[in-house]
Design a protein around this ligand. Structure first.
Ligand SMILES: Nc1ncnc2c1ncn2[C@@H]1O[C@H](COP(=O)(O)OP(=O)(O)OP(=O)(O)O)[C@@H](O)[C@H]1O
Length: 437
């Protein structure tokens, strides 16, 4: 088996789109590496570059340590499976699976024996005489996989192979595909936008955003220890809570100012150089636990129940906390730093209600907020202002909390939640993690 690597691999399409941007990554021999990211982040392009179906603009692809940039797709001896199966409709399953062998590729075992062997692996032995048109989606995908492995490829490249299947089949095949790849020991690159697939199948997950590699690590690591705000927000169900904040360092304590609420952290050396910085605070639902008001030590958030989504075994409770929510895109806008520049930008009058305008309003230094109607303002001066011209203001600080089913709160009730400090994630304005510990 072989390792697959890319070295500062870059693809710029003729229209200027940078689909893959300096990606350096390695899948070790026999590893199942999942490329995860939203639509358009460059996953398929990266896979096609590795397969040799696309020519790189810069950088290299290495198979087993050897640069293969000049080799054709065929010479690279990797097998690729796409979401649309691409089976030959007029050939039986057996003929489809055996096709790569007949098409002139050498194999040590005779075709029929090899086809039977591979069919057995994929659990399609009973279907060998059928035509693809008479198969279910899941069966077709199994046949496509069988055809891909029949030539004993050096690596397996799978591009959203399960995305055309319904949820039940997807779950079943998920387990089968991962098990098959491990049984065969084939190095696998698997592309998906589905975080569940990534988390359940991968040895390691590589998260991509706009062609740029954000983080590579085992599933538990990208979930629990995200390197960027994007990773924190992209991975996690229910969605990760993202709030606007600012850090203030005082002699005895460190404060994360969330406007209408403050989180007090123990004195913290790592945060010292972030005094006065605006940050995005990210908390997954499992970092928050409802507690009786006033109970015990530690930072809490208070809110009132706006919505209860009962999932049976538990409920997702949406709290209005009065804190300003944010999104990845907004929190990573680059804002001018001085009030003067900000005023200039505002003078250009971004459209009312546009995220940019709202974000600008929130980011105004204290002295510049005089002219704007404040919903709240803290003693620290940083505070959120909503766009007064916007009629339908978004809910303030919608924070999602998991609550066990038997004790469901009611709409309008107050609720206090304790924050597990080990799971409190802070990100700077560039979206990079500020490590607290
Ligand atoms: N031939 C092309 N010419 C110009 N731009 C392209 C071309 N192919 C892809 N792109 C662009 O490159 C970027 C990455 O596309 P790619 O298909 O790799 O994304 P993806 O993450 O696989 O998305 P999806 O999950 O939707 O397949 C996108 O912005 C896409 O529009």
């Amino acid at each position: 088996m072989v390792a697959i690597a890319t070295d500062r691999l870059t693809k710029v399409f003729p229209d200027g789109t940078v689909a893959v941007d300096e990606v350096t990554i390695e899948a070790a021999s026999g590893e199942f590496l999942v490329l995860l990211g939203p639509t358009g982040c460059g996953k398929s392009t990266l896979l096609r570059l590795v397969a040799g179906l696309e020519e790189e603009t810069r950088g290299h692809v290495l198979i087993d340590g050897e640069v293969v940039d000049r080799l054709t797709a065929k010479q690279r001896q990797v097998a690729m499976v796409f979401q649309d199966y691409a089976l030959y409709p007029h050939l039986t399953v057996a003929q489809n699976i055996g096709f790569p062998l007949r098409a002139g590729h050498q194999a040590s075992t005779p075709t029929e024996v090899r086809v039977a062997e591979v069919a057995e692996h994929l659990g399609v032995t009973d279907l060998l005489h059928r035509l693809p048109g008479h198969l279910s989606g899941g069966q077709r995908q199994r046949v496509a996989m069988a055809r891909a492995i029949v030539r004993e490829p050096r690596a397996f490249l799978l591009d959203e192979p399960l995305s055309n299947l319904d949820a039940g089949l997807r779950a079943e095949l998920r387990a089968d595909v991962a098990a098959l790849a491990r049984r065969l020991g084939v190095t696998t690159l698997y592309v998906t936008h589905d975080q569940t697939e990534a988390m359940t199948m991968a040895d390691r997950v590589a998260v991509l955003r706009r062609g740029v590699l954000q983080q590579v690590g085992p599933p538990a690591e990208v979930y629990g220890d995200p390197a960027t705000l994007f990773v924190a927000a992209f991975i996690g169900t229910p969605r990760t809570n993202l709030l606007q904040g600012a850090i203030y360092i005082e002699p005895e304590r460190t404060v994360v100012d969330l406007g209408s609420q403050l989180l007090e952290l123990p004195p913290n050396e790592a945060l010292a150089r972030h005094h006065n910085d605006r940050v995005t605070v990210a908390m997954r639902a499992d970092a928050l636990r409802p507690v009786p008001d006033g109970a015990g030590e530690g930072p809490v958030l208070r809110g009132s129940v706006r919505l209860v989504e009962n999932l049976g075994h538990e409920a997702l409770v949406h709290l209005d906390t009065g804190i300003v929510p944010t999104s990845v895109a907004e929190s990573q806008l680059e804002y001018p730093d001085t009030g003067q520049h900000l005023a200039d930008v505002i003078a250009e009058d971004p459209p009312v209600g546009s995220p940019f305008r709202q974000a600008l309003a929130r980011m105004m230094p204290h002295s510049r907020q005089e002219a704007l109607p404040a919903t709240a303002r803290t003693e620290y001066g940083f505070y959120p202002v909503y766009d007064a011209e916007l009629e339908d203001q978004p809910p303030l600080g919608d924070v999602v909390v998991r609550v066990p089913a038997p004790i469901l709160p009611r709409r309008g009730e107050p609720m206090t939640v304790r924050i597990d400090l080990d799971k409190l994630l802070l990100f700077d304005r560039g979206g990079n993690r500020i490590r607290i510990a």
